[in-house]
Design a protein around this ligand. Structure first.
Ligand SMILES: Cc1ncc(COP(=O)(O)O)c(C=O)c1O
Length: 304
């Protein structure tokens, strides 16, 4: 009898079970048409191609097809080619990325920003690192937080408490149950994409400040859409300065790809948050930040 593991059989059985559970997904194949947002070609399983309208895109403003955005991408490629050529710690920081980070920090009225390959990775990396770096850290997480935040919090190994969605009284109760001298982070979103509701950011900051906690706000579904400069709900509500770290994506209203975290750089005598986050392995070991993204994203942000 052959005793080797039969990987094919294992995965076929997993897929069969997923189908039995009704959890097996199929995805339609769409080809976006530059300049005709939100139209796309649907390449059907029957080999037929049909023109469809996509109303569920996260490219909320069609910036991924805006002519100025596309032109900026072309310019960036013509000037510097594609790819970064390596990670920051091996072959230097990409000049366009530094410009983009400066612009993102300015957008959120923060001292510094760091870009990542996606919003998902920025949450995983930032929360995972912050929770791990501060001994005894406790993270308070909204019950409806995005999976990437949950994974980051898990990865940090920090003790965590889940507060009822948008419930500041519950948050206060939970925070009161933890020793005052333990470092605390309150992690939440501004616009919750599944229900479309918005967090009471000022009230959450009130509770966080009362307990001396840092605040970590995911503005993924708000940047580009809310606030006079498109910095999100915190800007709209005039509370950006009260939020310690703002995380967002370049892949939704900005129409491109990538994620970032913006926050305090602090004075030279204090630890710089940007440098702390630079210790994140997933940030340092990824070469996949595309140079063209900088051109696209910067153009999208300037309303190009
Ligand atoms: C709230 C929230 N945070 C983070 C992400 C991840 O962002 P990205 O698509 O850039 O990976 C998403 C993605 O949908 C999201 O909804």
């Amino acid at each position: 009898m052959d005793s080797k593991a039969d990987f094919r059989a294992t995965f076929e059985s997993l897929i069969a079970n997923t189908k039995l559970d009704g959890r097996y997904r199929t995805f339609i194949e769409l080809e976006r048409i530059a300049g005709e947002f939100p139209s796309a070609f649907w390449h059907g399983p029957d080999g037929q191609t049909r023109r469809v309208t996509v109303w569920c895109s996260n490219d909320y403003l069609g910036m991924g097809q805006h002519r100025d955005v596309l032109a900026a991408m072309h310019r960036a490629i013509d000037r510097s080619g594609a790819g970064t050529g390596g990670t920051r710690n091996i072959s230097g920081t990409n000049w366009q990325h530094v410009q983009l980070e400066t612009e993102l920090a300015d957008l959120h009225s923060k001292e510094g920003a760091l870009i990542f390959t996606s919003g998902w990775i920025s949450n995983l990396a930032a929360l995972g690192t912050l929770g791990r770096l501060m001994p005894g850290c406790v993270i308070f997480s909204d019950a409806l937080n995005h999976n990437s935040m949950i994974e980051g919090i898990r990865r940090s190994g920090a003790e965590r408490f889940i507060f009822r969605h948008n419930d500041v009284t519950h948050l206060d109760e939970l925070m009161s149950s933890v020793a005052p001298d333990r470092p605390k982070i309150v992690a939440f979103e501004s616009v919750y994409s599944m229900d479309g509701d918005i967090a009471p950011i000022a009230a959450i900051c009130d509770v966080a400040e009362k307990h001396g906690a840092m605040t970590y706000l995911d503005e993924v579904h708000a940047v580009g859409l809310y606030g006079v400069r498109g910095a999100g709900i915190a800007e709209r509500d005039g509370v950006s300065h009260r939020v310690t770290l703002i995380e967002a994506t370049l892949a939704k209203a900005f129409g491109v790809m990538g994620g970032y975290v913006a926050g305090p750089a602090a004075s030279s005598s204090q630890p710089r948050f940007a440098h702390i986050l630079l210790r994140v392995p997933s940030r340092l070991c990824s070469t996949s930040e595309l140079i063209l993204r900088s051109g696209r994203a910067k153009s999208a942000m300037s309303g190009g």
